[in-house]
Design a protein around this ligand. Sequence first.
Ligand code: CA2
Length: 166
Amino acid sequence: MPAQGARSHGVDPALKKILVLNGPNLNLLGSREPAVYGSATLADVEALCLDTAARLGVAVECRQSNHEGLLIDWIHEAGAAQRAGQLLGVVLNAGAYTHTSLALHDAIKGTGLAVIEVHISNVHAREAFRHRSFLSPAAAGVVVGFGVDGYRLAIEGLVRRAGAQP
Ligand code: CA2
């Protein structure tokens, strides 16, 4: 069963999975700041992820939380699933925790999880406090500034990366 508040789709459970995690305030997407984040809602983003995964023949589950500890718990869970060969990795937009959370950095490092960090906006063209990411040094890849299409790019990257591994 997917976690509460999670969106998944009825695919073959034998399919390898990708977990898409969205952090604080991303549930507000589409409601404000369209000049920065566009007009897509979180539901639109999750639908894009489901479509992308279906096209590539992988399963996807999308979760969002405003709570750092819950995101950390989900990363631990994902690390175990990756080690069990069930998960290709995680697409993570940690929102503002990107710029503050040593704990998320340690969780990614500690699990050895393949994480693709995503930002809808180009954080490097914004305020200086958004230029530093605690997550990038622990991430397998980073997608920044492509709008919500970055989630599609990140899923494609995780699938390609998995195909390239022995
Ligand atoms: O560009 C991104 O995806 C960010 O991760 C979004 C975070 C921000 O703190 C990061 O620096 C960059 C903010 C997410 C909150 O999104 C909202 C969307 C609409 C209205 C209010 C907040």
